[in-house]
Design a protein around this ligand. Structure first.
Ligand code: FAD
Length: 600
């Protein structure tokens, strides 16, 4: 690897191709490359959250939605709500990477962050991506400033994950001037104060279609606020449409193409959720570190105990890895947007296409980020002992608030199935050649294994080689399962889940190694030493997990000699070099404890 890396090098690896291609640290985007403008932007968002939101978290958590509305207005004035919207519609037109830093900060504001995300994401983007020019001019400037607040009505009592099975109907009037909407939506974020609803309904019985529905329309009524486990400051109600007349010009996109709106908006939503929860994981890790430094037992701070250091280090490691995967993907999408813009595509159109290209990575990130946050909030409660179980401390609220992230924007089961399903579909459509390497791997298994990590000179080179080899384990298992079940692979959900976990772990581990390599190249190997520790500890777990998930999958569909052959292959492809993870975690914990905050 070269000592210095070309900063402007672009990553041109296609969506999902990380599984079969090597990525180059020289082109990976990492938070260390943040520019001055992005720093200022992030700082502005941080100050807003710290000064305006944090002092009121208890009021917000008690369901003071008037305060949430005031804060949304303030966020709008600062440009936070319209940051990523094009300037011609009143936004700031910041690029994808800059927006990621903003999401990270907003992700540290508990319930309020959910209100912002629903408004700026699922509430606003359908109009930006699928609205007519007239609709964009009419609604986007108000949504950018917060003068208008938006909510997104997809879910119904009978249709959640199976969103297209919605029963809400929209019937065109005889004179063609308006639609009449009848139906019931459930779990609608921001519904208590929204000015507009993005509503999905079936036209002519089965043409799933989007509409922009002003909240002031007659015959809309709201259910009571849901009594939720967490994010209590976020307004969540049922919305009833009982003969609601909507002007025909409020149709969003094309009749029968509502699924495109619903699903494409979710790609970006999943990416952003990961950026937000990564911010949340940092905040929670800081909370745990501070408590561990303050709390004394047996005449010493509990931060001095190895068991606590182990937890703090793991929180830091997983958060840093999740951050690495987030910004790696941010850079990929950002680069793709720029490439598409050069072909003459508008910025917003390019963003939509780019997010769709990296839909596999977006699904991976959604699962990774939300499960890292859940790990962190759980360990934070544990570090707090009894106080973690008390609402007097923020650990309990963070624990409750985090849980929703595994449920919305597609549950983590759905996202796991999607990640693997999309990859296999790309392979079947010959968009991604997974089957040739999968067959080559089967052949490789019949050859004599080479011992040691050949050709592995350089910073974390043998670790990178181990990741590349672990990818073979995924291809081995997924390739054999796809061969066996063909199109019915979708019905073998447990195998899909095991494959998804292997995929997620490998993407995450590789992202960490690439980032540490980039730091070493830009700042020197000494500066990157602790990041190498992080990457190695995570890799060690990844190899174990890839092996155990692969083993369970293989044992479910292979028998006899074929099974033995594949299990032998899995073992060979997930071999870890001995590494003292306890000592590494202690070094990581020391850095966190000495700084009294997340500082990686
Ligand atoms: C606080 C909150 C805010 C929300 N905000 C909004 C909003 O603003 N707008 C909106 O439209 N919706 C919103 N939702 C709804 C949310 O998107 C859904 O709850 C989610 O999609 C899951 O749907 P469901 O609750 O019906 O669960 P179900 O779909 O019934 O799922 C139940 C379980 O079965 C699993 N499952 C379902 N299908 C499959 C399958 N094919 N294979 C394997 N497992 C499966 C799920 O993973 C889950 O574990 C919100 C929900 C909550 C709780």
């Amino acid at each position: 690897m070269e000592a210095t890396l070309a900063k402007e090098a672009k990553q041109n690896i296609k969506g999902g191709a990380f599984l079969i291609e090597s990525s180059d640290a020289a082109s990976v985007y990492t938070p260390e490359q943040q520019n001055e403008e992005q720093k200022m932007f992030q700082q502005m968002a941080r100050e807003f959250v710290q000064k305006e939101v944090h002092p009121h978290v208890i009021r917000i958590d008690k369901g003071d939605h008037d305060l949430v509305v005031d804060l949304l207005n303030k966020a709008g004035e600062l440009g936070i709500l319209g940051a990523s919207l094009p300037e011609e519609y009143g936004g700031m037109g910041v690029n994808f990477n800059t927006d990621s830093y903003l999401s990270e900060e907003i992700g540290q504001s508990n319930s309020f962050g959910v209100a912002v995300a629903a408004h700026t994401g699922i509430g606003t983007l359908p109009i930006l991506y699928y609205g007519t020019e007239e609709q964009k001019q009419k609604y986007l400037p108000g949504l950018a400033t917060g003068q208008l607040k938006a909510a997104y009505c997809l879910t119904e009592p009978g249709s959640g994950s199976d969103a297209l099975a919605a029963k809400t109907k929209a019937t065109l009037s005889e004179d063609g001037s308006h639609y009449v909407i009848e139906g019931q939506k459930m779990w609608i974020t921001n519904s208590g104060f929204a000015d507009i609803f993005i509503v999905f309904a079936q036209v002519d019985g089965d043409k799933f279609t989007g509409f922009i529905v002003p909240a002031e329309s007659e015959n809309i009524s709201l259910g009571a606020e849901e009594d939720k486990l967490g994010i209590k400051g976020s307004s969540t109600r049922q919305v009833f449409f009982q003969g609601v007349k909507v002007p025909a010009e409020n149709l969003l996109g094309e009749i029968g193409k509502g699924h495109k709106i619903a699903f494409n908006v979710l790609n970006i939503g999943r990416y952003k959720l990961c950026a937000m929860v990564t911010g949340g994981s940092k905040a929670v890790t800081t909370n745990a570190i501070k408590y561990a430094n303050e709390r004394e037992q047996f005449k010493t701070a509990i931060a001095n105990f190895g068991a606590i250091q182990h937890k703090l280090a793991n929180m830091g490691i997983r958060t840093w890895i999740s951050e690495s995967a987030t910004y790696r993907t941010s850079g990929l999408i950002n680069d793709r947007i720029e490439d598409l813009k050069e072909t003459g595509m508008s910025g917003w159109e390019a963003k939509l296409v780019a997010a769709e290209d990296y839909a596999v990575e977006c699904a991976i990130l959604k699962v990774l980020g939300s499960e890292v946050l859940d790990y962190c909030v759980d360990e934070n409660v544990q570090v707090h002992g009894g106080n973690g179980f008390s609402e007097e401390y923020p650990a309990a609220r963070a624990f409750r608030d985090a849980r929703i992230n595994r449920i919305f924007e597609g549950t983590n089961e759905i996202n796991r199935l999607l990640a693997v399903g999309m990859l296999l579909r790309k392979a079947m459509k010959n968009e991604l050649d997974l089957f040739t390497p999968a067959k080559a791997i089967q052949k490789e298994l019949t050859s004599v294994p080479s011992f040691g990590q050949n050709g592995t000179i350089g910073f974390l080179a043998s670790e990178m080689k181990a990741v590349e080899t672990a990818k073979k384990a995924i291809l081995l298992v997924a390739g054999a399962a796809a061969q066996k079940f063909m199109k019915d692979i979708d019905k073998e959900q447990e195998i899909m889940m095991f494959a998804a976990d292997m995929l997620i772990e490998v993407f995450a581990a590789e992202s960490g190694i690439l980032r540490a390599q980039r730091i070493a190249a830009d700042q020197g190997e000494e500066a990157a030493a602790l990041y190498a520790d992080i990457a190695k500890v995570y890799l060690n777990e990844t190899l174990e997990n890839v092996h155990s998930n692969g083993k369970e999958a293989v044992m479910a569909f292979a028998e006899g000699d074929e099974m033995k052959f594949m299990l032998m292959g899995l073992k060979r492809f997930t071999k870890a070099e001995p590494f003292n993870t306890v000592a590494a975690r202690r070094r990581i914990a020391k850095k966190l404890v000495d700084n009294n905050e997340y500082c990686l």
